[in-house]
Design a protein around this ligand. Sequence first.
Ligand SMILES: [Zn+2]
Length: 278
Amino acid sequence: MNLSNKDVIHIKKNGIEYLQFRKLLEYKDKVKHAYSVGIDKNFRTARVGGLSPEEYNKSLNDYKDLCESVGSNYINIVKPNQRHTNEVKIVNEKINLNAPDFGMEQYDSTDGVITNKENIVLSTTNADCIILLFYDPVKNVIANIHSGWKGTLHRIAVNAVRKMRAEFGCKPEDIIACMCPSIRKCHFEVEQDVRDLYVEEFQDIPEEEWLEETIKSKKWHIDTVALNKIMLKKEGLKEENIVDSGICSVCNSELLHSYRAEGKNFNLSSAIIELKTL
Ligand SMILES: [Zn+2]
C-alpha cells in the first residue's frame, strides 16, 4: 500500500518506510525530515507505563533507522515529554548523550520545540494527534509541534508561530507548516463535553467550517485539521504554505499508529526534522 499523494511522498528504502512532504523537499539542501510509516515500528521511549528494556531498545533502534534513512543521527534527537499542553520551547543545544531519554526530562510538559541550530533532530510522537512541522527558509528555523485535541483547543500551533516571530524574527508569510497524518473529521467523533469546549473557544471561526453533528445526533465530528489551517492563516501564513498530508491515521491504521484503532496499548509514530549543516 502506498500513501503518496500530491503533497506527500511515501518512501520505502531498505525495509524502512516514511513519508516526506514535497514542499519541504524543495528545501532538501537545507532541511531533513520524515514521518514514520509501519506499525511494526514504535517510537515510545518513556519508561513509565511499563516499557521493558527490550521494548525500549527496540524503540531506540527504530529511531536510529528512521534517522539514518534521511541522513540524521539519532543521538542528536531532542524530544519533549508531551503532555497535551500548549507549551512550546526553544532548543539551543544538544542533550547530553548519556541521557537516553532524548531530553524528555529537560523538556517535560512540553508539546512543541523550535530551533535554529544545526545537528539537532527535533522529534515528536503521535497516534491520531496532529503533528505540525514548521520551516522558515528565510531565517532557517524549524519547529516540531504536537497538537492533539487539547493542543488544538489551546492553539499550540499559534503559540509556535508567535514564538518563532519573537525569538528569531520569523515572518509568518515565510513560514511553511506541514501537517502529518492524524485522525480526521471522518473519525474524530466527540461527545457533548468536547464539542462544548470547542464551541466556546472557537467563536471566531464559523462552526460550519469545522463542526458537524452526526445523523443520530448528540455526537459531533470536529475537523481539527481545518481549525489548525484556519488558525495559521489568521496568524499570517500563506495558504500555499500550509500543507496537509490529507491522511487519516484511523483510516490507515494498518500502516500508521492510531489510538482509536489500537486502544489502550497503542504505540507511537514519529516525525523528525533537522537543519542541515550548510
Ligand atoms: Zn478516518
